[in-house]
Design a protein around this ligand. Structure first.
Ligand SMILES: [Zn+2]
Length: 124
């Protein structure tokens, strides 16, 4: 395994796009916690029990999306935060639930406002 994790510049201008790439398998993951751009390349045909038949060729699946909303959650007693992209339609119920959740110390939502600037709203 030769996995490499680095921070790259994103198309939105953020210099903090997380990228993970495995040069052996060519699998990769990218996420920007400003604009929510997400990319994942995975091999979907790895044989069960690791028995690779002769002539096996990896089959890749690529997922790429951008919901426009990034959710960050800080939990009580924890270090750092969890970050993920969230869909607009799920935003309202997620905010309600996170407000009620005792384990959550703080959470924030980053999105683009009407003028095209990224805004972060912090809750709790
Ligand atoms: Zn970005």
């Amino acid at each position: 395994m030769s996995k490499k994790t680095e921070h790259k510049e994103c198309e939105c201008g953020s210099k903090d796009r997380i990228t993970e790439y495995d040069s052996d398998t060519q699998e990769g993951y990218e996420f920007c916690d400003v604009c929510s751009s997400y990319l994942r390349v995975q091999i979907i045909n790895i044989p069960k029990h690791g028995m690779f038949p002769i002539g096996w060729i990896p089959e890749y699946k690529k997922a790429h999306f951008k919901t426009g909303y990034v959710l960050k959650i800080w939990q009580k007693g924890g270090n750092g935060f969890m970050t993920s992209a969230i869909e607009k339609s799920k935003l309202k119920s997620a905010i309600e639930e996170l407000k009620k959740d005792d384990r959550v110390k703080r959470f924030a939502i980053t999105f683009k406002d009407g003028k095209g600037n990224y805004q972060t709203q912090i809750y709790k």
